[in-house]
Write a protein that binds this ligand. Structure first.
Ligand code: NI
Length: 206
């Protein structure tokens, strides 16, 4: 069984029970993923090759020289994704010109529905520099595994022909070389993100 609030498909930070009704079983449960992240048991991040919301191929190398904020979610997510993406957009605004040193990325865990066209309508609602990324199911699974993201398609409660996607919703902060610095849990405020990111931006680029 899975515990969640009535309207939200996102797995919250503290809810670790694997869904019994998943139509596709990921290799690791949310609890295992949480454990890896909390105790830094495995590396986080790595190479990816995905398609951005303008239809161009994009890899992690395209963001070298920028801090990266990486968030996995999906555009039909009713609650947690939009809230966290708003916080990311607001944090970038609060950083002002310094925010140009941060590249925000939104990677879909629902590549079937989140085409580049769909992402192109979605990402500008949160920040003009937010880049939406999609790709083949294999490419998305590989990127999610690298970032220790749990996601699984589950039938919608009201209509079994429809589906939603349960997923962990951490916001990953990567340094200018693409190395993992840490994560913000879902629900982190823009102010808190600025507190953490601002000193990192002040460090000289190597
Ligand atoms: Ni979500």
């Amino acid at each position: 069984m899975i515990v969640r609030t009535a309207c939200c498909a996102c797995l919250s930070f503290w809810l670790m029970l694997a869904p019994a009704c998943a139509t596709e079983t990921p290799a690791r449960s949310p609890a295992e993923i949480m454990d890896i992240l909390m105790w830094n048991r495995e590396p986080v991040g790595g190479p990816f090759e995905l398609i951005d919301h303008t239809g161009h191929t994009r890899t992690e190398r395209d963001s070298r020289g920028h801090l990266m904020l990486v968030y996995f979610g999906f555009t039909y997510c009713p609650d947690v994704c939009p809230t966290d993406l708003q916080a990311i957009g607001l944090a970038l605004d609060k950083l002002g010109r310094d925010g140009d040193g941060v590249q925000p990325l939104f990677v879909t865990v629902d590549p079937e529905r989140d085409t580049p066209e769909r992402l192109a309508e979605y990402v500008p609602m949160f920040h003009p520099r937010l880049i939406g990324l999609t790709g083949s199911t294999e490419a998305i699974r590989k990127a999610a595994d690298a970032y220790k993201v749990y996601y699984a398609k589950v039938p919608a409660r009201q209509d079994a022909s429809d589906y939603t996607v349960d997923h962990t919703a951490f916001i990953y902060l990567m340094d200018r070389d693409g190395n993992y610095l840490g994560f913000f849990p879902p629900g982190t405020s823009a102010e808190r993100m600025v507190e953490i990111i601002h000193p990192r931006l002040a460090e000289p680029a190597r």
